[in-house]
Design a protein around this ligand. Structure first.
Ligand code: NAP
Length: 283
């Protein structure tokens, strides 16, 4: 078997066209959807992420406000900026690029963002809403994975999904989203004694670890759907995921590539959440 690719670039393009249409409809009502992106310090990877997010906004008709602050910015100053943006009617989503410098408490900063503008979905109110199945903002990466499953018409009811990784931004919310769609969910982590025994039972595997070759062909049930969230560099410095792509694609039914899989979907879901926030501000 050779797995079918779930193309995150093509799906993103389609979803971003819908975002652009929704943004145009809002502008026609006098509302320009707006996202504020706050960058503190000079982290090179963060600078690239922030640039990509701002470009994605521009391409989709979403107004973006990029605030660059020096690494010396105090926590109090950052909290004051967030307070101002919470009260700015032209801004519907607020994103603070992580990581923050060590002298700033990232959790405190996230909790300062109004839940109505928490388009990253990292606020405890957003996490709680997901937990109890109430409307709220879903974290962009697992939300993008769900859209990928939806794009292949995959019905999760009664399926066994195995999530490898339990971070607050990917693994845990991913598991809750799969559960909400009636999958039976197993969460694996670094203390799971026999990962292969778990993944071999899975109809869907989501790998969100940050280590190359965490999932190899011998660990995958034939026909399973494999979603690779990992972003790693291989020995040649090339971007790769957590999944041994060449091996696993011979066994799986569907697979997401890296690059070109979950990565573009994450930014796309940020746009979707921003649009949602702007639309909700009308009601
Ligand atoms: P994280 O916070 O470091 O969490 C990694 C998780 O993997 C932890 O729960 C850890 O378990 C688990 N783990 C580590 N080694 C393991 C092993 N050998 N077997 C099973 N589980 C193991 O990372 P994250 O923020 O969730 O990100 C995960 C990966 O996704 C990274 O490569 C990151 O770059 C990537 N990512 C990609 C996107 C995207 O847009 N494509 C977005 C976000 C993240 P413990 O909890 O026990 O330590």
């Amino acid at each position: 078997m050779t797995a079918q690719l779930i193309d995150g670039i093509a799906l993103s393009k389609q979803l971003r066209t819908e975002v652009a249409q929704r943004a145009a409809a809002l502008r026609a009502q006098g509302i320009a959807p707006g996202l504020a992106v706050l960058l503190v310090g000079e982290n090179p990877a963060s600078q690239v992420y922030v640039r990509n997010k701002v470009k994605a906004c521009e391409d989709s008709g979403v107004h973006s406000l990029l605030e660059r602050h020096p690494a010396t910015l105090t926590e109090a100053e950052l909290l004051a900026r967030i307070d101002a943006l919470n009260n700015d009617p032209t801004i519907h989503g607020i994103l603070v690029q992580l990581p923050l410098p060590a002298h700033i408490d990232a959790q405190k900063v996230i909790e300062a963002i109004s839940p109505a503008k928490d388009v990253d979905g990292f606020h405890v109110a957003s996490a709680g809403a997901l937990m109890v199945g109430q409307p709220g903002f879903w974290p962009c990466t697992p939300y993008g994975c769900m859209k990928m499953l939806e794009s292949i018409g995959y019905d999760l009811r009664g399926k066994h999904a195995v999530v490898i990784g339990r971070s607050n931004i990917v693994g845990k919310p991913m598991a809750l989203m799969l559960l909400q769609k009636n999958a039976t969910v197993t969460i694996c982590h670094s203390a799971t004694p026999d990962l292969k025994a778990m993944t071999l039972l899975a109809d869907v595997v989501v790998a969100a670890v940050g280590k190359q070759n965490v999932l190899t062909a011998d660990m995958v049930k034939p026909g399973a759907v494999v979603i690779d969230v990992g972003m790693n560099r291989n020995e040649d410095g090339k971007l790769c995921g957590d999944v041994d792509f060449e091996g696993v694609r011979q066994v799986a039914g569907y697979i997401t590539p890296v690059p070109g899989g979950v990565g573009p979907m994450t930014i796309t879901m940020l746009l979707v959440n921003t649009l949602e926030a702007a639309e909700r501000s009308l009601t």
